[in-house]
Design a protein around this ligand. Sequence first.
Ligand SMILES: C[S@@+](CC[C@H](N)C(=O)[O-])C[C@H]1O[C@@H](n2cnc3c(N)ncnc32)[C@H](O)[C@@H]1O
Length: 226
Amino acid sequence: MSIHDGTYQLHEGAYGEFKFYQKIAKESGGPVLDLATGGGRICITLAKAGITCVGMDASPHSLVIAKKAVAELPQELRGKASFIEGDMCDFNFPGRFPLIINAFESFWFILRMAAIKDLGINEYEWWLGNEQQKDNEVFMLIYQKAESCIRSIMRSLAPRGKFIIDGPISHLLFQEEKKEVAHAWWLDMADTYKFSVRFADYNDLNKSVFDLNALHRPDVVIGQKI
Ligand SMILES: C[S@@+](CC[C@H](N)C(=O)[O-])C[C@H]1O[C@@H](n2cnc3c(N)ncnc32)[C@H](O)[C@@H]1O
């Protein structure tokens, strides 16, 4: 079995995401920065479309998989995808990207897992709902980490550059009451870090969506540096 089967072809085309990222990346002109790239699923997809992409991930193991995938690209496309180890909550590039993405609904999920770990909470107890008394602490830390990520993104975006975060709310929101808070948080970040923000339909970026009642939706948050 090739690594393509298990890694970056995983969930290929969920909500049409390969086509979605290729289109938006082409419009940006590249290069694209792919945060938490994992096995390079989206980065490799962009390279195949001729777009230069840098994938960043905190896990050396994921990066080994991503680099193997690059080696399987046709020779002339191999220079299009590169990978570096780094923390999406604290990065600084000398260059500026016209597009920064975070795919596969991983934003809040990653930050929540990191917050739980930092606070020394047992993950399984958390999922079982046995750590609810620590909720406030967890959510404060999630939002701190998220802000740090947004600050890093804004540092690395080109003027008028865009960022796309897939699944803006859903992974926080196994807790219903957090939806409104997360929505307000985005508006606050946009005001503080000077970007415009839209919640858009995956398949029609001109269509705004913000459905607080849906848990899993094909939607994205789009920020554009003002
Ligand atoms: C669900 S996978 C990513 C999937 C990938 N974006 C895609 O669309 O296929 C989540 C990834 O986030 C990475 N990750 C977790 N915390 C991170 C952090 N602070 N900075 C960068 N990457 C992180 C993990 O190592 C893992 O590879």
